[in-house]
Structure formats: C-alpha cells, structure tokens
Design a protein around this ligand. Structure first.
Ligand code: 3HC
Length: 694
C-alpha cells in the first residue's frame, strides 16, 4: 500500500490499481482530496497496473466540492487538473459508487471511463440548491450521456437519481451487488482489460447533443413550463444556459468556457452566498450547545394525538408515514370520523397522483386509530395536544395526561404561541413537557419549532430533535416567548402591513412588493386564501376594522369569490374598488392624511422590524443563533432562500443601515420601532449577525 497523502491510498489487487479516498464525513473535494486524487492517478498511471478503480471509504462516494472552501483561494491541483488526469489515463478508470455521487463528485465520476454502483447509491448535480451550477464540466458531460431534456431536469431540480434509474439513463454502466462494491468494481475492471474495452471519454460523445441542435424550442418550452418554480432564482436560468451552450458550442472546450462564465456569475452573486449560508444554517440548527449529540434518547414507538382537526390529522400523518402507530383522541364520534376521513382522503389523493401505492394508503391509515378516551394514552411514548388555543382547555388536558400517561412519556403541546411553562406547571412532571409546533398543513410543511420550556429535560429535547429528523422535518429549538420565533416575527410584518394601508398604500401594493421580494404571496393575498373569517365572530362584529366590514359584506376571501381582492371563476385576483372604497372611508374617518408610499418604504417598513425582532429574540436567548431564526423563516414562512432569511438579509443590507432606518421610524412613528440593544451593539462594534456564535 502506498500512502498518497493523509486522505488517499494507492493499493493493488493483482493487475488493478485501487485509489481509495477517506475524507470524512462525505469525501468532499477539499484541497487534500484533490491532491490525493491527482497524485494517486499520476502514480497509478505510471505503474504497470492495467486498470484503475476509484473507491471511497465511509458513508459515501464524493458528495461534491467542499462548500466550506468556496470564496477562498484555491490551493493545490484544481478539479480540472484531476479530471484531465483521469480522463486522459492510458488505462481504463472505473469509479465505484456507493452512498451519493453528487455535484463535483459526479463530475469526477463522469471523467472515469466507466462507472459501477451499488443499488442503494444515488447520483445527482444538486448545485442549483446552492445557487450554483455544476462548474466542473457537469453541464457539458451530463447531456452528452442522458440527453438534453433529462439533463435540464436534473440540473435545475438537483434531484438525486437512484442507481437503477441512473443505469437506465446510461449514467452508470453496471450495478454490482450491495455490500460488494469493491469486488464488483474489480471484476468490471478485469473484464474491461480482458475485452480491451475502449477508454470512453464522455466529452467526445456528441450524438445526444446533435439531436437537440437547431431546436431552441426545447429550451424555450422548458423555461416556460418551469417559470413559476424558478421565479426569483438566478441559478436555474444559468443552468439552462449552460446546457444550451453544450448544444450550441462548436466543441466541448468552448462549452466548458461558457459554463465557467455562468458559474462565476453565480458564485460571485448574493443569491448563492445566501443559499450556501443556508445549507450550513440548516445543519447548524441540529446542534444544541448544552445537549450533546450523544445524549441518550427515549424510544418513541407510539404516539397519541389530541384533536382530529386539520392540525391533529396532519400531525398524525407524519408519524404514520414513518411507520409509527398513532391514536387520535376526540371528544365526540362525529369530528373523529370526519378527521379520520380527511386523513384517508389526503392519502388517496397522494396515491392518485402516484406519490404512494394503494397498499401504502392502507398501511398508513391502518396505523392511525381513533378513540374517544384519553385513557387509551396510558401506554404511548409521546402525546401531542393539538386543540384550539385556549390556556384553560390546554391546562385541563395536561392535568389529565399527567394522571393517565406512563412515567417517562413525553407530553407535548402544538400551541403556536401560548406559554408552555404555564401549561407544564399543572403537571407533576414539567421535565417531560415540551412544545412541538407544527405548521399547517402539518403533513406538508417542513418546519418544526421545538419549544424548550424552563424545566424541559435534555433527553426530551434530544428525543424531539431526533424524532423530527425521522419524520422528515427541519427542527429548530426555540424558547418560550409569545408566538415563539416564527409568529413573533410575523407579528411585526402584519402590524406594519395593516398600518401602511391606513397611511395610503393599497393591499395589492404591499403584496406586490413582498411578492417581488420573493415571498410566495403577500399578507393580504394570504388572508384571502386562508379566509378572512378565521377568528371572526359575526355576532360580535361591529364594523370596527377593514376586516370586519369585508366579512360583514360576505367578502370572506377566495372561498366567497371576494376578500381584499375580487376573484374570477379561476380564482385570479384583481384589485378591488370595493375594498379600496372601504379603506378610503376608514382613512377619512380616522382623520389621517393618506400619502404616496414608495415600494422602498413598504419593504423597509415590513422587513426591517422583522430583523429587529429577530435581534430581540436573540438578545433574550429565545433562539440559539441568528441562523436558527433564518431556518424558521425559510422553512415555515416562505422567506426566499436566495435571501438567506431575515438575519442573513440584515447582514446583506448592513446592520448599520437597518439600525439607522429603525431609528428614523422610531423618531417619526414611535417605540414599536425601538431598535434592539443587540442590533445597536453590533453596529457599535462594526459586527454582523454572522459574527454571533451560539
Ligand atoms: N462540502 C462541505 N461539507 C459538506 C458537504 C460539502 N459538499 N456536504 C456535506 N457536508 C458536511 C455537512 O455540513 C455536515 O457537516 P456537520 O456534520 O459538521 O454538520 C456533514 O457533511 C454531513 O452532512 P449531512 O448532515 O447533510 O449528512 P447527510 O447524510 O444527511 O447527507 C449528503 C449527506 C446527501 C451528502 C448531504 O450532506 C448533501 O446533500 N451535501 C451537499 C451535496 C452538494 O450540494 N454537492 C455539490 C457541492 S457544489 C459542487 O460540487 C460544485 C462543483 O460543481 C464544482
């Protein structure tokens, strides 16, 4: 065995040279890995070996470029040097893939002459999720193998293609038995030598590109079909342009040059910086400073849920999807039956779209049982209460749970903002009480705010974080504060949106500004979608607010064909003269002087108080780190990931600029704009939110 460097070895199995990479956790293409590959292939090429196998140790093949190196100076051999060395090898090179070959990892594998993989492996070019494109020839080689349409799909979705499908697409040449990767790769190498197989260079194969030449409509149609999905993002368009360049360039090198330019544009831009930041933000959120990774967790083999409404039902589906049995308790048979019926319908709808099989519908619904008695929770490991937001009701439920549940069971509330310490105080086991705040629809939304109360035990936190992963959620640990992190910040935006309307901006102006910023919709369009009558009581309504009047006129949102907006039969929204009149009447009544409000002010008024509130939350220790706030907002509230989240955006704008605006607003409009002490401190010290460590 020759040690090439600290992460690479070169060994022999008869005539075959084996280059083994071992750079945990994911064999990313750091300077050391590139050096190891370059020197390894050089040495193997110069030896008398007849073929070369590249294989990785640990959980995966190369999972991409080392994202943490981006933005810094590039040391040692470049990825292109490595690729040239592999592709130009005078003897067959075989990449042996397990785990994931992603991004630069797949781009390396595409420079091998052949690829073998185990059935559980997956391959993909997920750079788009980092606001990038495959910048090491991926956009040029991929369409040469899979064709232009499939390449467009892969690079703009970033999806991981399972090995079996990769084989059918020609990305992989042979599947080898699970657990026998190296044996399979060696057998393939020997066969290649014995049969004198050609040294296939993907770069030289133009057949699939030629089919697309002279057909610009392929790209135009693709852009059109995906316009909504790609809105606001720069990376999908540059990915498309790079594949277009593969088709239209005179040769591979010219296409590669175009790819370089398009990659550089993205790499230097703010969007990719935000998306790369966000990649690490999500992973950071799993790390709780005083709850080490090795904290023992409690087994969760069964779950009880109180409430079969939209929330309870959605929550139940998460567990059934993960194979965990659930008992849902309601007070009466009718709402219970209705709730179980909705769950079944949801599953059937997914099945009708091909998302799951009919058998899975039965399996999953079979895991969910209904009951009218909380006594049935006596053996469950976790109970989640999901009833309406009334403290007295929640307290009486927790008193009963305390009496019924076995010792060690976790007692969770799905409250979206009530004080969990108060709820825990009625039990004799506050250490077992925690908040699990799901977002609606709970079976779809990724975010889970895990709320730590004063006495919540560390193993209850560790268990909840682990469970969140198991059910496919992105979890963020937050503290008890009204509205927790997400809704507390939302409150700022809602308040300003309402105030702006009374100052002269129309709902559609505000919605347009926030939509253009990148939110899926603005607050008024959102209200129309959700229904203006949520929480509105007809009998108590006395025309005191714009909403009261709209609801009284039966303009209760999309479902009634009108709300803030007017809707046509296809639910297309149009600004409403009726709403405009109602607003103007309110303004006249209030004696206010409406004024023309610029888009810039709308944005600053809605967004800067959110950043300021995030800073207050951090100052109070209710979130662990700024990036956790961002994870909440990107996953739960549609903050555009290409702007990183409110705190990252605050850094991009500059904390000094945010502070100056807050001070200006405070001077003219009062103390709701009072700057957070943390924001003031950061500015005084010339620091950013990203300088704050957990
Ligand atoms: N660079 C640096 N670190 C990386 C990394 C990468 N490409 N991929 C993963 N990591 C780190 C993570 O930050 C994490 O670190 P931590 O333990 O300190 O938090 C650790 O590896 C494990 O990652 P996960 O927690 O995500 O582990 P999973 O097993 O859940 O997932 C994975 C593994 C599917 C490989 C996932 O990490 C992933 O999707 N990684 C990113 C893949 C990617 O985007 N590759 C393209 C990179 S850009 C590129 O290649 C440009 C090229 O075209 C030039």
């Amino acid at each position: 065995m020759t040690e090439i460097n600290s992460v690479t070895t070169l060994t022999r199995d008869g005539d075959i040279a084996i280059i083994t990479l071992n750079s945990p956790p994911v064999n990313a293409l750091s300077a050391k890995v590139r050096e190891g590959l370059f020197e390894g292939f050089k040495a193997a090429g110069a030896s008398d070996a007849k073929a070369i196998v590249l294989v990785c140790e640990g959980r995966t093949f190369i999972a991409g470029a080392d994202i943490s190196e981006f933005g810094g100076a590039m040391a040692g051999p470049s990825l292109f040097d490595v690729q040239d060395m592999m592709e130009g090898s005078p003897k067959p090179v075989i990449a042996a893939i397990h785990g994931t070959a992603l991004g630069g990892g797949l781009e390396v594998a595409l420079c091998a002459h052949y690829r073998v993989a185990v059935p559980s492996a997956r391959v993909g070019l997920p750079e788009v999720a980092l606001g990038l494109l495959p910048g090491a020839g991926g956009t040029q080689r991929l369409p040469r193998i899979v064709g232009v349409e499939a390449a467009l799909d892969m690079v703009t979705s970033g999806r991981h293609v399972p090995a079996k499908q990769a084989l059918a697409m020609g990305l992989v040449d042979e599947l080898v038995e699970e657990g026998k990767l190296i044996e399979g790769a060696l057998a393939f190498a020997r066969k290649a030598v014995a049969e004198n197989k050609p040294l296939v260079k993907v770069r030289d194969n133009n057949e699939k590109l030629d089919i697309a030449k002279g057909h610009p409509e392929i790209f135009a149609d693709f852009r059109k079909a995906n316009a909504r999905k790609f809105r606001g993002f720069m990376a999908p368009e540059n990915n498309i342009k790079a594949v277009e360049a593969a088709v239209n360039s005179a040769n591979f090198d010219e296409g590669l040059k175009a790819e370089r330019t398009l990659f550089g544009e993205l790499m230097m831009g703010q969007q990719s910086a935000a998306q790369r930041y966000y990649f690490f933000a999500e992973r950071q959120a799993n790390k709780i400073p005083d709850v080490p990774d090795d904290t023992a967790t409690r087994p969760i083999k069964s779950v009880g849920i109180i409430g079969a409404g939209t929330m309870g039902g959605g929550i139940a589906m998460n567990f059934a999807n993960a194979g965990i049995p659930v008992i849902i308790v309601e007070q009466e048979q009718a709402p219970l039956d209705r709730g179980l019926g909705v769950i079944r319908k949801n599953y059937e709808r997914t099945a009708s779209r091909g998302g799951i099989t009919a058998e899975q519908v039965e399996q999953r619904t079979g895991l969910i049982t209904g009951s009218l008695s909380m006594e049935d929770f006596k053996d469950v490991d976790l109970v989640i209460e999901a009833v309406f937001e009334r403290m007295d009701v929640k307290k009486s439920i927790f008193e009963r749970l305390d009496a019924i549940c076995k010792p060690g069971a976790i007692l969770a509330t799905n409250t979206s903002g009530l004080n969990i310490d108060e709820i825990a105080s009625v039990t004799k086991r506050p250490q077992d009480v925690i908040g699990l705040h799901f977002f609606s629809p709970a079976n779809v939304m990724k975010l889970l705010e895990i709320v730590r109360a004063d006495h919540t035990a560390k193993d209850v936190i560790a268990t909840s974080m682990k469970l969140a992963k198991q059910i496919g959620k992105v979890a963020v640990l937050v503290g008890v504060t009204p509205g927790f992190v997400g809704n507390r910040i939302l409150g700022q935006r809602q308040r300003e949106a309402q105030k702006l309307v009374m100052e002269g901006a129309m709902p559609w102006d505000i919605d347009r500004v926030l939509y253009d910023f990148g939110f899926p919709m603005g607050p008024f369009a959102m209200s129309d979608l959700a229904g203006l009558d949520i929480g509105w009581v007809k009998e108590k309504s006395n025309g005191e607010s714009i909403r009261d009047v709209l609801c009284e006129m039966d303009r209760r949102g999309q479902k009634t064909g009108a709300g803030y907006y007017d809707y046509d039969e296809n639910r297309n929204a149009k600004p409403s003269p009726v709403t405009e009149q109602i607003i103007n009447d309110f303004i006249v009544k209030s004696g206010a002087n409406p004024r023309k409000i610029s888009d810039e002010e709308i944005l600053e008024r809605c967004v800067y108080p959110m950043i300021n509130e995030g800073a207050k939350i951090l100052e109070e220790g209710k979130a662990i780190r700024p990036s956790d706030v961002d994870v909440v907002w990107v996953n739960g509230y549609g903050w555009p990931v290409y702007r990183g989240g409110p705190m990252h955006y605050g850094d991009q704008v500059g904390p000094d600029k945010v502070l100056a605006k807050m001070q200006e607003f405070q001077a003219t409009m009062g103390d709701t704009f009072k700057p957070s002490a943390l924001l003031e401190k950061l500015v005084a010290e010339g620091k950013k939110f990203s300088d704050i460590k957990a």
